[in-house]
Design a protein around this ligand. Structure first.
Ligand SMILES: [Zn+2]
Length: 441
């Protein structure tokens, strides 16, 4: 059960944003971008059709959006592209695009204020577009920006703009219920692997995905897919998400602060980041299958055992769950290769045992950051198979991590609070829509 929605596609198709327009230059839509826009539209349309025929998805598109009258105006346009090879120079490429030597030089000079065309890179593309009104040259600097040079027909002068490249964004809303594995449920819902991993990362301080995920857990995700001109997904951004783990609801919303940085917060404005990660090993496609295929996946905390074991294949990276320093690193009896980290709260330490190897160069006294790789899963010492034995210690005594009182997460700054509420309210509305009444009953 997933639905998905198309968002502002055409708005972006129509307006190639100009990052730094030259004053006096006319803002116009390059004809070739309309063509490539059409191509993207067609590709997206196929994606959309593909999704809509799958039984688990529902699609809403307004057809008017696709059939903009402006798209059909782009006729009588000739274009030619040349890919840059080793040893090519801008002038020689422009000549191959049909410009005279002197005009080629003129074009390079016209660009200098915006971009030095001596810096062109192998593999990038120069494109010449001739239409009834102008001759245009494009050079794609990176995924976000392109150089646009233009000469009006009958004129001699070349003008130059730096422009944002056409990037299409589509918003999707997806829900899933875990039957066999998180990735299975994500696949079913049509959510790609990258977004699934990002979802796991957002809740890494709240949910131990490696041990605590259960059949019946569910998720809802509102996210954006960003497409390049060729219709491929470049990236995705999760805007809001909910994960229900063993009946506990966790929610996160993305907030972009006024300084432009963004991170995830609870709906009431507390950072999702906390002093300790829930698990010292990252959840992966492989471990998910392994864990969920068993009733009692791994030996958990008991009085006798005093720790938590993570079954993982040999060589799986082990991450420090919190900031601190290495207070022990070396061989320790049955623990084999063993690391003890003392955390910033001096009462707290975490222990990692049975490693195959330590992270290169790590030594006693070194400071480590949360998430830093400190070693690799193995079976050194007394171990019957590769696994990580992990302990959370309070004043040196191993405790059940669930019972540890953690410092509260940092709230959003007071001066950002109103802005936060405004920005995140519509996302929460989306999430609420996905909840069946029973889920909140
Ligand atoms: Zn153990």
């Amino acid at each position: 059960m997933s639905k998905f929605r198309l968002h502002d596609l055409l708005k972006q198709l129509k307006h190639g944003k100009q990052a730094a327009p030259v004053s006096g230059s006319r803002r116009r839509i390059p004809a070739w971008s309309l063509w490539s826009g059409t191509a993207v539209a067609v590709v997206l349309l196929f994606i959309v059709i593909g999704i809509s025929i799958s039984p688990v998805a529902r699609t809403v598109i307004s057809h008017e959006e696709w059939l903009s009258p402006e798209l059909s105006k782009a006729n009588k346009v000739e274009s030619k592209s040349i890919r840059i090879h080793r040893g090519d120079h801008a002038v020689s490429i422009l000549q191959r695009l049909g410009f005279s030597l002197s005009e080629s030089r003129q074009i390079v000079i016209a660009a200098t204020d915006r971009y030095n065309l001596k810096d062109i890179r192998t593999g990038k593309v120069f494109k010449r577009v001739d239409s009834a009104e102008s001759t245009d040259v494009y050079y794609n600097i990176n995924e976000m920006a392109q150089l646009h040079l233009q000469r009006q027909i009958g004129q001699q002068v070349w003008t130059c703009n730096m422009e944002a490249r056409t990037l299409l964004t589509r918003q999707r809303v997806v829900t899933g219920k875990i039957v066999d594995s998180l990735f299975g449920a994500a696949d079913e819902a049509g959510m790609d692997q990258r977004t699934t991993m990002n979802l796991v990362d957002i809740f890494a301080w709240d949910i131990d995905f490696a041990r605590d995920m259960r059949r019946g857990d569910s998720f809802s995700v509102v996210y954006e897919e960003h497409f390049g001109e060729d219709g491929r997904i470049l990236d995705t951004t999760i805007l809001a998400a909910e994960f229900v783990n063993q009946g506990n609801h966790f929610r996160a919303v993305r907030y972009e602060k006024s300084d432009g940085t963004s991170s995830y917060y609870t709906p009431d404005g507390k950072s999702m980041r906390k002093a300790y990660l829930k698990a010292p090993v990252k959840f992966s496609r492989i471990s998910s299958r392994f864990q969920l295929s068993r009733k009692h996946p791994i030996l958990g905390y008991t009085r006798a055992h005093r720790g938590v074991d993570y079954a993982a294949s040999s060589g799986t990276p082990i991450h420090a769950v919190g900031d601190g320093y290495i207070s022990f690193i070396g061989w320790k009896h049955g623990f084999g290769r063993f690391i003890l980290i003392t955390h910033n709260n001096r009462n707290h330490s975490t222990a990692y045992a049975h490693m195959r190897a330590f992270a290169r160069g790590l030594k006693r006294g070194d400071r480590v950051k949360q998430g830093q790789v400190i070693g690799y899963v193995g079976m050194s010492g007394l171990a019957t198979g590769p696994h990580l034995h992990f302990e959370f210690r309070v004043r040196g005594v191993a405790v059940n991590p669930l019972t540890v009182k953690h410092p509260p997460a940092r709230p959003i700054p007071a001066k950002e609070r109103d802005r936060f509420m405004q920005q995140t309210a519509p996302l929460l509305v989306e999430l609420n829509k996905l909840q069946s009444p029973a889920a909140w009953g």
